[in-house]
Design a protein around this ligand. Structure first.
Ligand code: PMP
Ligand code: GLN
Length: 402
C-alpha cells in the first residue's frame, strides 16, 4: 500500500470544501434544462467595442506572449486613472497596482501573502466561498461575523436588509487577528455598507493595527440611495488596505478573468510575491481591452447600472409575488430571499428540488455560512439575465405557491 492510499489524497486544509456550489448548480441547470439564476454571470456579453479591442490586441500581437508580471502598463495606468476619477484615490501604476487572474486570484494571492499559519481573519458571513478556502490554504483561521436580517427604512419605506453588528465585529478581534476581509457591495446579501459602518470598520482597523482586504468587485452595481465608498478612502486606511476589483463584474466579461489589486507599494509587493507563483500572468490580450473598458465614459456605467436596476426590480417584484420574502439588494446582481413564507425552511433541500418543481436554479445561502443554521432559510437568485429570461423564471416560480 502506498502512503497516498493510507491517507486521503486531498490535504486536510481543503477536505471540507468539495465542489463549489456554483459548479454544482450550473451543472444541475444544464442537466435539467432549467433557467440558471444560480451562478452569477451575465447572459449578455459586455460592450461590443471592448470585444473588438480584445480582437485587435490578439491580431496585433499584443499580449499573445507572457505579459509583464504586474500587468501591462496600459491596464495598470487605466486602473489607477479609474480609482482617481471615481474615488479621488491616487495610486502609482508602477508600484501600487497589480493585475490578477480575476478577483479570485487577487483574493488568493492577498491571503497567501499576508497570512501566517494561525492568523485569524475576520470575514462578514455569509461570505463568498473562495474566502474560506483561501484562508484555509494559507493556514489561517476564519472568524465569521454574521450579517443579520434587520428591519429598517429606506426612503421612508420599511426595508429589510442584512446588517453588520459593529459590537460583534469589535468583540471578534483578538491578539491573533491579522486582517479584516470585507466585501461591499456584498455577495450574496446585496448589502452595501454605509459610511457609518465603514467608518467603524476603519477605526477598528487603525486602533488594532489590522490589515484590510476589501473585495469591491460590485463597485459599479449600487442602486437607489446607496453609495459605494471604497474603504481605502477613509482616514488611516490608504496604507493598510488591499482593494480588489474585477472586469468580469464591471464589464460583463467573467470569462476573461481580469482582476486587480490596488494598495500601498509594500502590500502590492507582498501580494505580487504570492501571485507570481500562482498564475505568474494571465489574460494577455484581454488586459489591453480592459484598459479601454476602464476608460469608458460615465454613460456606460450609468446604463449598466440602470439596466441592472430594472432587472432587480423585475425579479424582486416577481419573487415577492411568488411568495418569497425579498431582501431588496442595494448593490450586486443578487437577491437574497427567505423561503419560510412558502412553508420551507431548508434552502439546500429547496434548491436541490427547485429545478424539478419549477425549472429554475438558485443558490442556497447556507453554503456561504460557517453557522449553517443562520443561513438555512435563505436562497439567492441572480438577476444579471435577459428580461425575457427573468420574466419566464418569475412565471415558473409563481407556480410554487399554487
Ligand atoms: N468576489 C466576489 C464577491 C464575487 O462575487 C466574485 C464572483 N464573481 C469574485 C470575487 C470573483 O471574481 P472574478 O470572476 O473576477 O474572479
Ligand atoms: N461570483 C459568482 C457568484 O457568486 C460565481 C463565481 C464562480 O463561479 N466562482 O455566483
Amino acid at each position: 500500500m502506498t502512503s497516498s492510499a493510507r491517507r486521503p489524497l486531498l490535504n486536510r486544509r481543503l477536505a471540507e470544501f468539495g465542489t463549489t456550489i456554483f459548479a454544482e448548480m450550473s451543472a444541475l441547470a444544464l442537466s435539467t434544462g432549467s433557467i440558471n439564476l444560480g451562478q452569477g454571470f451575465p447572459d449578455t456579453d459586455g460592450p461590443q467595442e471592448i470585444r473588438e479591442a480584445a480582437v485587435r490586441a490578439l491580431r496585433d500581437g499584443r499580449g499573445n506572449q507572457y505579459p509583464p508580471g504586474p500587468g501591462v502598463p496600459e491596464l495598470r495606468t487605466a486602473i489607477a486613472a479609474h480609482q482617481e476619477r471615481r474615488y479621488g484615490l491616487t495610486y502609482d501604476p508602477d508600484t501600487e497596482v497589480l493585475v490578477t487572474a480575476g478577483a479570485t486570484e487577487a483574493i488568493a494571492a492577498a491571503l497567501l501573502a499576508l497570512l501566517e499559519p494561525g492568523d485569524e481573519v475576520i470575514a462578514l458571513e455569509p461570505y463568498y466561498d473562495s474566502y474560506a478556502a483561501c484562508i484555509a490554504m494559507a493556514g489561517g483561521t476564519r472568524v465569521p461575523v454574521t450579517l443579520r436580517p434587520h428591519e429598517g427604512t429606506r426612503d421612508g419605506v420599511p426595508h429589510r436588509s442584512f446588517r453588520l453588528d459593529l459590537d460583534e465585529l469589535r468583540d471578534a478581534v483578538t491578539d491573533n487577528t491579522r486582517l479584516l476581509l470585507i466585501n461591499t457591495p456584498h455577495n450574496p446579501t446585496g448589502t452595501v455598507l454605509t459610511r457609518e459602518e465603514l467608518t467603524a470598520i476603519a477605526e477598528l482597523a487603525v486602533q488594532r493595527d489590522l490589515l484590510v482586504v476589501t473585495d469591491e468587485v460590485y463597485e459599479h452595481l449600487v442602486f437607489d440611495e446607496a453609495e459605494h465608498i471604497p474603504l481605502a478612502t477613509l482616514p488611516g486606511m490608504r496604507g493598510r488596505t488591499v482593494t480588489i476589483g474585477s472586469a468580469g463584474k464591471s464589464f460583463s466579461f467573467t470569462g476573461w478573468k481580469v482582476g486587480w489589486v490596488t494598495a500601498a507599494p509594500d502590500l502590492v509587493a507582498a501580494v505580487r510575491s504570492a501571485k507570481q507563483f500562482l498564475t505568474y500572468v494571465a489574460s494577455g490580450p484581454f488586459q489591453y481591452a480592459v484598459a479601454e473598458a476602464l476608460a469608458l465614459p460615465d454613460p456606460y456605467f450609468e446604463a449598466f447600472r440602470a439596466d441592472m436596476l430594472a432587472k432587480r426590480d423585475l425579479l424582486s417584484t416577481g419573487l415577492a409575488e411568488a411568495g418569497f420574502e425579498v431582501f431588496t439588494p442595494a448593490g450586486t446582481y443578487f437577491i437574497t430571499t427567505d423561503i419560510r413564507p412558502l412553508g420551507e425552511s431548508d434552502g439546500f433541500a429547496f434548491c436541490r428540488a427547485l429545478p424539478e418543481r419549477a425549472g429554475v436554479v438558485a443558490i442556497p445561502n447556507a453554503v456561504f455560512y460557517d453557522h449553517r443554521e443562520a443561513g438555512a432559510p435563505f436562497v439567492r437568485f441572480a438577476f444579471c439575465k435577459q428580461t425575457p429570461v427573468l420574466e419566464e423564471a418569475v412565471k415558473r416560480l409563481k407556480t410554487l405557491a399554487g
